[in-house]
Design a binder for this molecule. Structure first.
Ligand code: FES
Length: 155
């Protein structure tokens, strides 16, 4: 078992709050990812068992949402939005700046395991471009210097 008993209990509590237990699937996946750092196939199978679903149904959800990760990564996941509105406001320069600051390329993890850097399509905050998501927090109206400061403050 990769999902702890404590998380299983929280998942059961979440299921009880929905008329259809399946309504708690996203909450359950967040809990699993919080515990494991990502959602490996074994965890997908265990979540499927908890919800009476087929593993492929859980995998479809995990692979659909950018916020879920099947692969392990750094302690923090940083995603710069590089869709058009953000790109027009300097997102690509911002991403290159972060690559250079961290000494890694987009898609890689720092050697100390602190940060995985990536890019994403529109995160729905175009009015505040350019922006990046750090774990579950949005940082908006960025410039390269401020983005670097935000990363430097991460543990
Ligand atoms: S294009 Fe970046 S948030 Fe929409």
């Amino acid at each position: 078992m990769v999902i702890s008993e404590a998380v299983r209990e929280r998942i059961e509590a979440a299921k009880a709050r929905f008329p259809q237990p399946r309504g708690a699937l996203l909450a359950a996946l967040h809990l699993v990812q919080e515990e494991l750092g990502h959602i490996p196939p074994e965890a997908e199978r265990e979540v499927a068992d908890l919800f009476g679903l087929r593993p492929v149904e859980v995998h479809e959800v995990v692979s659909f949402y950018n916020m879920f990760h099947s692969e392990s990564g750094g302690r923090h996941r940083v995603y710069v939005c590089t869709n058009l509105p953000c790109s027009l406001r300097g997102a690509r320069t911002l991403l290159r700046h972060l690559e250079s600051h961290l000494g890694i390329r987009c898609g890689q993890t720092t050697p100390d395991g602190r940060i995985t850097l990536g890019h994403e399509e529109c995160l729905g905050a175009c009015a505040y471009a350019p922006m990046m998501r750090v774990d579950r927090t949005y940082h908006e109206d960025l410039d390269p210097e401020r983005a670097v400061r935000i990363l430097d403050e991460l543990e």
